[in-house]
Design a protein around this ligand. Structure first.
Ligand code: CTP
Ligand SMILES: C[C@](O)(CO)[C@H](O)COP(=O)(O)O
Length: 275
């Protein structure tokens, strides 16, 4: 796919848009229980909401769900119980030990050579509105190789020194196990910060190359969990990444309070839909 916008008769027929949904995380910060993507929201697993949210965009064809490695058949049969539009094909593959690794495995499973745009969307962001999905796809199709939905940051953010030892897997650095006091090293200008969401959209070849180059990369400053979003891998290769307006309801369900908020948003949508 070319990155230069084309006009009129010169424009080639658009390729297909695929989605990779990393859903192999455990949800440690949400507390004990089944893997986060399978926990119910309004009685329906969070993953089903996320798949439907992506399928709602008419540009989306293939969807690859990256499931916990020990439960691929279970996730497949769960999703088979929730029909999708005919244009959407669904594949379920086993995930890896980090989000980055899970996305890489999902990308490798797309197959379809006609796919030229790939969205990567967290199962943990089940309520993203379709307008946000369409905005991201449109920006990639207009020529941007990497597009990320984002919102301004509302808290003031402090930068701290890297921990002497990496945090235990899944444990917040700022949480019950954190040291009582952390020295501040900087206060970045808030007006220049953005909190980024998913779906992140990419020219397929750009994203595949970034994941191939970054597959061994770990990031000491974030506890060796790999790149925390796909765009970071693309940025490291000098490819421009642009932000588009995200949405408050595309928040990530990470801690128990987020689950309460998600239930409230769903309930409000049900009322608005006249249930
Ligand atoms: N090894 C991993 C880790 C995360 N994810 C997915 O990446 C998304 C964002 O990750 P996060 O919200 O951190 O989920 P968890 O890793 O499950 O949460 P926690 O860190 O609290 O365990 C989620 O949809 C999660 O399922 C994944 O596919 N494979
Ligand atoms: C990709 C992401 O949702 C963008 O905000 C986020 O970085 C995922 O982080 P997590 O720790 O894997 O939830």
């Amino acid at each position: 796919m070319t990155h230069t916008p084309l006009t009129g008769a010169a424009r080639p027929a658009p390729g297909r848009t695929a989605v990779v949904i990393p859903a192999a995380g455990r949800g440690v910060r949400l507390g004990p229980g089944t893997p986060k993507a399978l926990r119910p929201l309004g009685g329906v697993p969070m993953l089903v909401h996320a798949v439907r949210a992506m399928a709602r965009s008419t540009s989306v064809g293939p969807i690859v769900v990256v499931a916990p490695a020990d439960d691929v058949p279970g996730v497949r049969s769960l999703l088979d119980g929730h029909p999708l539009p005919d244009r959407v094909t669904l594949r379920v593959v086993p995930g890896g030990g980090t989000r980055q690794e899970s996305v890489r495995l999902g990308l490798a499973a797309i197959g379809d050579p006609d796919v030229d745009v790939v969205l990567v969307h967290d199962a943990a962001r089940p309520l993203v509105p379709v307008d946000t999905v369409e905005t991201v796809v449109a920006a990639v199709r207009a020529g941007a190789p990497a597009v990320v939905p984002a919102l301004p940051v509302t808290d003031t953010v402090k930068q701290v020194a890297p921990p002497a030892a990496p945090a235990a897997d899944g444990v917040d650095t700022v949480g019950g196990t954190a040291p009582a006091a952390e020295p501040v090293v900087a206060t970045p200008a808030r007006a220049l910060l953005r909190a980024v969401q998913t779906p992140q959209g990419f020219d397929r070849s750009v994203l595949v190359a970034a994941h191939e180059a970054g597959s061994a990369a770990t990031d000491e400053a974030n506890g060796g969990e790999g790149a925390t979003d796909c765009a970071a891998l693309v940025e490291r290769r000098g490819v421009p990444v642009v932000l588009v307006r995200g949405h408050e309801e595309a928040f990530k369900v990470t801690r128990p309070l987020d689950l309460l908020l998600a239930e409230a948003v769903l309930a409000r949508r049900s009322v608005a839909d006249g249930w």
